[in-house]
Design a protein around this ligand. Structure first.
Ligand code: LAN
Length: 727
């Protein structure tokens, strides 16, 4: 028990309340920009009443009525929609918590601390609540909410809590420290935690493996040039390399001095930090560094930086990275690509332009876009929201149920259409070739237009939703033919040479770049890969489009689809399954792949591969009729049963089997019954296990999936097999 004294962020012990008043939180959605506000005065509370959605997100009673018990799938759908429609936000989109990763808040809180950004008390209280709620029994935190404790999770979240005023002698902190020390202390953390702790001034920079900005000066033709890396890696590397080049650290404070005592097993002065550059706990070492990367790091540390790097070259590199940072900021109005580069860009602006700069102010405002409040406290979302994605999927689900013209749901869908219309990116961003951005004209991103990064499947699902709705005569034509064609043009740029599609851009570099993966905690992050999810979304949007516009780029579309479907076929494993990259896991990918095959007329009756895929699922159906897959499937690449069936995965498999025209109704009916039996009397489905994933190892929540896919599966069933009485 070292370093307790007085460091609780300047807040006198016991003075800060431990909970905010949840009846005062409000979610504001301004054309898709979502921010939470804590109302201080009763007057404000009166003027801005809490909505049902606010209450639901905060875990407060919603007051929504019990509904007539459903006995058929369509009744269950209507009950589900009756609940879910109340969560639609005023601009027409859906939103939700998008948590899971446990390494995001620390980056933000450290950035707030070192940029001396005032943190509202409401935020600091609820962030602490969230972190304490999510602390494991053993005292630590993991990479994501369900993961085992690691040095990454524990060292950073411990630090985050201390910066927000948690007392070192709080029993929960003592326990966390105990766990951290048991794992060897913070010197065994991965690269990103070393970076953040160096910024905070708790580590010297000598423990951080180099991220030299000079790499940005490499010629574009070089196979390792950073513009070829997966967008999230290069956009994080960018500000990281800038800050690294400056070796910028916050000057010591009483609190950071205490952290130097708390985070390590040995006394700070006795640690040879440089020798710990490559130290990493086996609990964190999900993706060990290769010998090539270790050699490159060695060359940087022992030759390049001390002997070869000239001042002028370093300045040139810093100037160019700074320019690229500014372009990223300008192109996204400081929203930035995501929750890791957002705080880092704020820090870079603070270093370069000082605390009073507009860039710093605007970044500070934008940090709010990532925060979310729920019953457990305040967390940082994996993006600035899920707006476009969940809204498009919701539209598809209602259409699949055959309810798009039902007067009960039409106003909801018109609003959703209006929302999607408002979020299409109409232009490429300024100087997009200079800053290596893929064209965005006609595209949709995952969240909103401010962020504005084109994503293949987000564009595909959005344009498909629009095409399907606008085809119905009673719906308004909000998105013009020209704009729809722009979206299609964009999609047609997204195919890889393999025929498959990636997430943000077609692949720009070789898979061999994975040898340079320095993150240690993530796998398959250095370049874009082909994904069955993204590929299917493109196929299916193009198919819908060409039915309505048979003359537009017909040949390009036909070639695209043929190549994409062959890629889907080639990606099937011998056991009949497909590995999913963006949700857990084989159940998710199988649903997409079978949809793609169906669009080419391949079903159970005529295709051996479809039969194999169905068998794969049937062999894994649980006794209660459901499917349940653990996140371990993503890490290990082997289907791993969850201990309990999950409504979301059950729905995915039902949809998959129906896409395949699986001939027997019995297994699907059993699953549909299970989905119905899990529905509550107000139409809601309760939250079960986490649904999503990225980079193989990090899980992320998609709480709306328990509405979207259950509703879709039940609706499809009713349309295919009849709306029979099932319970
Ligand atoms: C997302 C969220 C959405 C997701 C889908 C659209 C579902 C997918 O089909 C394509 C990829 C995409 C857009 C995606 C990519 C990676 C993201 C942005 C995330 C999983 C959300 C969070 C994650 C991001 C990388 C988190 C920050 C962490 C880093 C390692 C930088």
């Amino acid at each position: 028990k070292r370093g307790s004294r007085r460091a609780n962020g300047g807040v006198p012990d016991g003075k800060q309340p431990t909970k905010t008043d949840y009846s005062r939180w409000r979610l504001l959605d301004e054309r898709g920009r979502q921010t939470w506000h804590y109302l201080r005065t009763d007057d404000e509370v009166k003027k801005w009443p809490q909505s049902v959605a606010d209450k639901y997100f905060l875990g407060l009673p919603t007051g929504l009525p019990d509904l007539k018990t459903s006995t058929t799938p369509l009744q269950a759908v209507n009950n589900g929609l009756s609940f879910y429609s109340k969560l639609q936000l005023p601009p027409g989109n859906w939103g939700c918590e998008y948590g899971g990763p446990m390494f995001l808040l620390p980056g933000l809180v450290i950035t707030w601390y070192v940029t001396e950004t005032p943190v509202p008390e409401s935020h600091s209280i609820e962030i602490k609540n969230y972190l304490f709620t999510r602390q494991h029994e053993d005292g630590g935190w993991g990479l994501h909410v369900e993961a085992h404790s690691s040095v990454f999770g524990t060292a950073l979240n411990y630090t985050c809590l201390r910066l927000l005023g948690a007392h070192a002698e709080d029993p929960r902190m003592v326990k966390a420290r105990g766990k951290l020390h048991e794992m060897g202390g913070a010197v065994y953390g991965p690269h990103w935690s070393k970076f953040w702790l160096a910024v905070l001034g708790v580590f010297p920079w000598s423990i951080v493996n180099p991220t030299p900005p000079e790499l940005w000066l490499l010629p574009d033709w070089l196979p390792i040039a950073p513009w070829r890396w997966w967008i999230h890696m290069r956009q994080v590397f960018l500000p990281m390399s800038f800050v690294y080049s400056k070796r910028w650290s916050y000057p010591p404070t009483a609190l950071t001095m205490e952290l130097r005592n708390e985070l390590f097993v040995e006394p700070y002065e006795a640690i040879d930090f440089a020798s710990h550059r490559n130290s990493i706990s086996p609990l964190d070492n999900f993706h060990p560094k290769t010998w090539i990367l270790n050699l490159i790091n060695w060359i940087f540390v022992h030759l390049w930086i001390p002997y070869l790097l000239t001042k002028s070259l370093q300045q040139k590199a810093e100037a160019w990275t700074w320019k690229l940072i500014q372009m990223e900021d300008a192109n996204t109005d400081y929203s930035n690509l995501g929750p890791v580069n957002g705080p880092m860009n704020l820090l870079a602006c603070y270093i370069q332009e000082g605390p009073g700069a507009y860039s710093v102010r605007r970044h500070r405002e934008r940090m709010e876009d990532f925060l979310w409040v729920k019953s457990e406290g305040m967390l940082m979302n994996g993006t600035n929201g899920v707006q476009n994605w969940d809204t498009a999927f919701t539209i598809h689900a209602v259409i699949e149920c055959g309810l798009a013209e039902d007067p009960r749901w039409k106003p909801m869908l018109v609003k959703a259409l209006e929302y999607l219309e408002s979020q299409q990116t109409l232009e490429n961003c300024k100087d997009h070739e200079v800053c290596y951005r893929h064209p965005t004209k006609g595209a949709w991103g995952f969240s909103n237009k401010d962020q504005g990064y084109s994503v293949s499947d987000c564009t595909a699902e959005a344009v498909k939703a629009i095409l399907l709705l606008q085809k119905i005569p009673s719906y308004p034509n909000l998105v013009s033919e020209r704009r729809i064609k722009d979206a299609i043009d964009m999609l047609l740029t997204m195919q890889n040479d393999t025929g498959g599609c990636s997430s943000y851009e077609p692949r720009r570099g070789s898979e061999l770049l994975e040898y340079l993966n320095a993150a240690e905690v993530f796998g398959r992050i250095m370049v874009e890969y082909d994904y069955p999810e993204c590929t299917t979304a493109c196929i299916s949007a193009l198919n819908v489009f060409r039915k309505q516009y048979p003359d537009y780029r017909a040949k390009d579309i036909e070639t695209f689809i043929q190549r994409a479907v062959s890629w889907i076929r080639s990606d099937q494993r011998a056991d009949g399954s497909w590995y999913g990259a963006w949700a857990i896991c084989f159940t998710y990918a199988g649903m997409f792949a079978l949809q793609a095959l169906r669009s080419m007329g391949e079903t159970y009756a005529n295709s051996e591969r479809v039969r194999r895929a169905c068998q794969f699922f049937l062999d894994r159906q649980m006794d209660d009729g459901g499917w349940g897959e653990s996140y371990k499937s993503c890490e290990d690449g082997v289907y791993t049963q969850h201990e309990k069936s999950q409504v979301v995965q059950t729905a995915w498999v039902c949809i998959a089997l129906m896409e395949a025209d699986y001939p027997e109704v019995e297994p699907i009916q059993k699953a549909v019954k299970l989905i119905m039996s899990r529905q509550l009397s107000n139409g809601e489905w309760p939250q079960e296990a986490i649904e999503g994933v990225f980079n193989k190892s990090c899980m992320i929540s998609y709480p709306n999936y328990k509405f979207i896919f259950t509703i879709k599966a039940l609706g499809m069933f009713a349309r295919k097999h009849g709306d029979m009485v099932l319970q």
